[in-house]
Design a protein around this ligand. Structure first.
Ligand SMILES: [Zn+2]
Length: 129
């Protein structure tokens, strides 16, 4: 058993990656791969830009919606932000330890946050908003 890449160097026509629609054409195959990679990079860039835009919009909404800052049930610091995103969507997020919880009311959001004690939540790694 030799190394496949070495084998394909000696017998390029055996390499399925060198075939395009049933024709042996390493150059065209390479071009297509390159184009696909470019496409993927463009897509990744577009996704990253979109992600940044969404993150920014969310940040602005949060800045607008900050209701109160309280003591965090987990780390004890006065870093627990509660946002009133909509009439029935309240969100608590500790700016220090990262714990979070949401609810239809401020009380419910606090309750859920308390229930999540010790679960190692961090809204920065994927929050509810
Ligand atoms: Zn905390």
């Amino acid at each position: 058993m030799g190394d496949w890449s070495e084998y394909f160097e000696d017998f390029p026509e055996e390499n399925p990656a060198n075939w395009v629609n049933g024709t042996f054409n390493p150059q065209l195959a390479a071009n297509i791969r390159e184009q696909e990679q470019r496409q993927t990079k463009l897509q990744e860039k577009a996704n990253a830009e979109l992600h940044t835009m969404i993150a920014k919009a969310k940040q602005e909404t949060k800045a607008r919606s900050l209701l109160v800052v309280e003591d965090c049930p987990q780390c004890g610091l006065k870093e627990l932000n509660t946002y009133k995103i909509t009439e029935s969507f309240y969100l608590c997020e500790c700016q220090d330890c990262g714990i979070y919880g949401n609810g239809k009311t401020h009380e419910q959001a606090l309750e859920r946050t308390q229930e999540a004690l010790g679960e190692g939540l961090d809204w920065r790694e994927g929050s509810l908003y």
